[in-house]
Ligand binder design. Sequence first.
Ligand code: NDP
Ligand code: 8X3
Length: 256
Amino acid sequence: MESIKGKIVIITGASSGFGMAISRLFAENGAKLIISARREDKLKTLAKELKEKYNTEILTIKLDVRDNEAVKKAVASLPDEWKKIDILINNAGLSRGLDKLHEGSIQDWEEMIDTNVKGLLYVSRAVIPGMVERGSGHVVNIGSIAGHEVYPKGNVYCASKHAVDAITKGMRIDLNGTDVKVTTIDPGLAETEFSIVRFRGDSDKAKAVYTGIEALCAEDIADAALYAVTRRKNFVIAEMILLPVNQASAAVVNRK
Ligand code: NDP
Ligand code: 8X3
């Protein structure tokens, strides 16, 4: 097992859910964190908490991953001591709406594709060349069960996560021989702000998604991420599918 103590880790979407839980667990394990998201206040509060608890070094970056110029600038202007990124956690993402395709909102589609697909590509394009140059690094993409299966009304969100799956596979092929590792972590139902964002703040609709099933929690995903990045040098976890015990596939859920 390798340690992440002192490693530089950049996490997108660290203001909530999986990204926040990964930040907490990685800080506890001694990593140096670059945490980013759009909601800077949440990042600052998290950074304060983690500095106090673990005495970790943390850099916060207010960043919208959909803005390629901002992504390039953020990575290029990292202070020298933060430039050698060891681990990239491509986590920022969202769903918007749950509609039949022919009734869907074009704006929702664009937001999902711009964030989940293009945003992940922009960050990867900015960070991975340094890893290749140094001959070491690890990219962890947060995909989804929705990247393997399509569920009713999931159309464009599922398409965006299928794209993440294809990009992950492409990365692994193109990075073969560079010693840069690529992992995808693909969870099923997990209770975070995800459904609140999907239903634009409608908390009753969001709650219903997790009614009668004990969903995964963000800490489960953090646990998987820590496992993935601490394997020995010659061993990569290519893909992890994480499901609550009562979820058999994207659409088959046993609710009690
Ligand atoms: P949350 O809504 O709790 O967190 C999403 C994070 O993404 C937030 O920190 C948000 O920060 C950030 N984000 C969204 N849009 C942008 C943007 N344009 N630029 C930068 N950051 C952005 O959801 P989860 O933690 O559940 O989701 C994390 C990832 O996991 C997503 O990719 C999601 O698709 C995926 N996923 C979620 C599952 C679930 O059931 N919860 C299951 C499988 C995968 P801010 O708003 O501050 O920018
Ligand atoms: C999130 C999982 O099945 O709620 O990617 O869309 S699901």
